[in-house]
Design a binder for this molecule. Structure first.
Ligand code: ZN
Length: 184
């Protein structure tokens, strides 16, 4: 799924906490946004493996949330949101498609790497590929509650993210033709 879908999902998870504790909203939003994006930095390494921890990430997320709950400083809350968002990203990659640019002609059976069992998890394709119509629909559905809960720069970013997601989804199938072979 799209980077924006990952980010909106992370913001939805932290939104109830931000609603109850508005003073922590900035830390929660920053942690969720960065954590939702961070795993895909492994594009330059081994994508969906180096920075994706769908199983073991939970072992880091649980204590990070407990620490943030016990001592809710901005730093602890931001780190907690980051770790949860990064774990959620890795898990949700399993319900999407493979990382391939062209899923119509070139399907991969590698959704995300399970470091615990040392094997690839296969794509469930509930969202068939990034930028699919259902991906755009999920992104918008997730973004709406975050537009209500958050304000300021977070709301602006989410609105920009919705627009970018819709444009990407509209152009997605054409992008394959425009992408040079060496990039795929
Ligand atoms: Zn990913």
């Amino acid at each position: 799924m799209m980077a924006t879908t990952h980010v909106f999902a992370a913001l939805v998870v932290v939104a109830p906490v931000a609603y109850a504790h508005p003073e922590l909203g900035t830390a929660l939003a920053a942690g969720a946004i960065l954590g939702g994006l961070a795993p895909d930095l492994d594009l330059v390494l081994e994508h969906r493996r180096s920075f994706h921890f769908p199983i073991s990430g939970l072992a880091v997320a649980v204590p990070a949330v407990m620490i943030a709950a016990v001592s809710p400083s901005s730093l602890a809350v931001g780190v907690g949101a980051f770790v949860v968002a990064a774990w959620l990203h890795a898990v949700s990659d399993a319900i999407g498609g493979g990382p391939e640019m062209d899923p119509w002609n070139d399907r991969s059976e590698r959704a995300v790497y399970d470091h615990v069992r040392d094997r690839w998890i296969r794509p469930r394709r509930w969202i068939r590929y990034d930028g699919a119509p259902e991906d755009a629909a999920v992104a918008v559905a997730l973004a709406i509650p975050t537009l209500i809960v958050f304000d300021g720069w977070t709301r602006t970013l989410v609105a920009a993210g919705i627009a970018a997601s819709l444009v990407y989804a509209l152009l997605r199938r054409r992008l394959v033709a425009w992408t040079p072979d060496w990039l795929e």
